[in-house]
Design a protein around this ligand. Structure first.
Ligand code: GTP
Ligand code: MG
Length: 603
């Protein structure tokens, strides 16, 4: 794997210095590209000067026939040199730009993955997608086309203007009167286009967010028959993007004819003036020929220069957008002073822990305190939104508690490197997520080493999903998601369970891991997990009494507070929510049994 350089240093106050740092390692290539372009320019100018000499000195000469092949050879040679250097320069520049873009994309991807849960809670996927793709591409274009173009044209100008000066000083200055005006206009457009492009990109982000969300939620849209509403809403955003895009094109549309007219006028005036000078014998016919060529070589590039300068603004805007992502602080993964053992024992204490999500006034957890001995099973119950997920998410340090202290094996959680915690703590998340790859790859996702079939099957069996997988035609090679089968909610849950089991974590968290599974399968899983949970601290979040009744400690949560705690037996002796749930669930069970009994008797 390529090592990814740290591009944090490209976040600077001035964009120029940031871009300069971004070119770290590529500057030589880039310089050679510009020099090649310059050499091509020299060859081009020499071509016209030689042509002038040809008209003035060769054509009238007595030995014209002998000189002709030599001059032709010279002209062809110069044309070839110009082409070759243009090719080399263009290729090098494009290559450099591609490399910079690739590095930047890799860096951004890596960086985004290392940002905190809090950042991802608050940022939109479509927006991040756009910054890693479209914005990086705009920057690539800036390096490949605009920056190199500006370098090339500046060299072209210096070379050709010097050549013009050698022809005739007065003419040389007359031919470039327009340039400062064109540059001023370009600078004006630089700011205008920059602003318009920023607005355009912002709107594009809104649109890609909308698209991304609607495609992800397309089933909901269809289920509620809200297509018309969604199309309307999409059209509104799309129209806005169209409008902003049109403003941008209009600016270009104004810019081009204005500069074209100015440049055209300049050329005609220059040709006319030089023509008059030629008629008056101030310059020779050959000089006139050379002059015309050189003026064309200066004026058209200057017209392009204006456009390039104006377009650089889009690269700057995109760079700014990329910088805002780079600026975000990464979650430190390996920082921490705790001496990390090979394996956690799994003693957990919460000591008066409070926690609030970013930008939320209301705390999600209030004064949570409890102790778990290694290898014990602890169950969390409570109504929806009571804080169960928030509580367990503190353990792998997805979020940091705001007050109080959590210790793991007697050491403050904050002293453990996050990488260690996430390696040691296996979590089956409430919302199962599978990647669009084979079931095998999904199950072995969490482990770095090669996995044998036996290990894989054992994990799948513990999650009661082995048989299900074998029932698919491709077995473990079955593709999941967009490119393959669509799994049921319960199947997905069990595959994510197998994925976590395979990691053999020191501490296991099951966040509602069997909520989408029928009671019977739940029992099978529970039985299979029984062995796995031995000597391994396990947090179980569940709603069924059967799932939690054998836990060593049950915590009942309500509005972020522990309202009841104890073992199943202890809690049954208390008046309270646990008893109520128990009564309710066993009453249903009883009723079912009775009904079932009646049915059997009837038949
Ligand atoms: P269920 O999974 O539905 O059984 O609920 P839970 O007990 O797991 O609740 P959870 O811990 O997810 O939520 C507790 C409170 O925190 C609720 O009021 C949520 O609205 C809030 N909450 C959960 N996740 C986030 C989050 O990412 N950001 C913010 N701001 N609030 C959150
Ligand atoms: Mg939850």
């Amino acid at each position: 794997m390529n090592t990814i350089p740290d591009l944090k240093q490209t976040v600077t106050k001035y964009k120029f210095s940031g871009l300069w740092r971004l070119m770290d390692g590529y500057r030589w290539q880039y310089l050679i590209a510009i020099i090649s372009m310059g050499l091509a320019a020299v060859a081009g100018s020499a071509l016209y000067i030689l042509l002038g000499k040809f008209v003035d000195d060769v054509l009238p000469a007595a030995n014209m026939r002998q000189l002709l092949p030599l001059v032709s050879l010279g002209l062809i040679g110069l044309a070839l040199t110009q082409g070759a250097f243009t090719f080399i320069g263009g290729r090098l520049a494009a290559q450099t730009a591609e490399n910079i873009a690739r590095t930047l994309r890799n860096y951004l991807y890596d960086h985004i993955q290392q940002l905190s849960f809090t950042y991802h809670d608050q940022s939109q996927t479509g927006e991040l997608l756009q910054r890693t793709t479209s914005d990086v591409d705009t920057m690539r274009r800036m390096f490949a086309e605009q920056a190199i173009g500006i370098g090339r044209i500046s060299l072209l100008f210096v070379v050709n203007f010097t050549a013009l000066l050698t022809l005739n000083v007065r003419l040389a200055f007359i031919s470039v009167i327009i340039i400062p005006i064109v540059l001023m206009i370009s600078l004006f457009f630089f700011f205008k286009i920059g602003k318009a492009y920023e607005a355009f990109q912002e709107q594009e982000a809104v649109l890609s967010n909308r698209l991304q969300e609607n495609l992800t939620g397309v089933r909901v849209v269809k289920a509620f028959a809200r297509q018309a509403y969604e199309i309307e809403a999409f059209d509104v955003e799309n129209r806005e993007k169209w409008g902003r895009g049109r403003r941008l094109t209009l600016m270009h549309a104004f810019y081009w004819p204005t500069t074209d007219m100015l440049c055209g006028t300049q050329m005609v005036a220059a040709f006319f003036f030089a023509g008059v000078m030629a008629v008056h014998g101030e310059i020779t016919a050959g000089m006139y020929v050379a002059y015309v060529g050189l003026v064309v070589q200066i004026i058209w590039p200057i017209r392009n220069l204006g456009r390039l300068v104006a377009d650089v603004s889009t690269g700057f805007v995109s760079f700014g957008r990329v910088q805002t992502v780079i600026k975000e602080i990464k979650e430190p993964m390996v920082e921490g002073t705790a001496v990390t053992a090979d394996r956690l024992h799994g003693a957990v204490t919460f000591d008066d822990v409070h926690f609030a999500y970013e930008n939320e006034k209301e705390h999600a957890l209030h004064g949570i305190s409890f102790t778990v001995k290694p290898g014990k099973k602890i169950a969390l119950m409570g109504s929806t939104g009571s804080g169960k997920t928030s509580l367990v998410n503190l353990l792998p340090r997805f979020y940091e508690c705001s007050n109080g202290r959590i210790t793991l094996d007697g050491v403050d959680l904050k002293r453990y490197p996050r990488a260690f915690l996430r390696e040691q703590i296996g979590i089956v998340m409430q919302e199962p997520f599978l990647f669009s790859t084979s079931i095998r790859n999904n199950i072995s996702y969490g482990v770095n080493h090669a996995v044998t079939d036996e290990e894989m099957f054992a994990a799948a069996k513990a999650a009661a999903v082995h048989e299900v997988i074998l029932s698919f035609p491709d077995g473990y090679e079955t593709m999941v998601g967009e490119r393959g089968v669509t799994l049921s909610g319960g199947q997905k849950q069990r595959i994510t369970l197998a994925r976590t089991i395979l990691c053999d974590p020191g501490l296991l968290i099951l966040d509602d891991a069997t909520s989408a599974v029928d009671t019977e399968t739940d029992e099978v899983i529970r039985f299979a997990l029984e062995k796995l949970m031995q000597n391994r601290t396990t947090f179980i979040i569940a709603h069924r009494i059967q799932t939690v009744m054998d836990a060593d400690l049950i915590l009942m949560l309500e509005n972020g507070r522990i309202i009841q705690r104890g073992t199943h037996k202890e809690l049954l002796t208390q008046e309270g929510t646990y008893r109520q749930i128990y009564d309710l669930q066993s009453r249903i069970e009883e009723e079912l049994q009775t009904e079932l009994g009646e049915l059997i008797i009837e038949n």
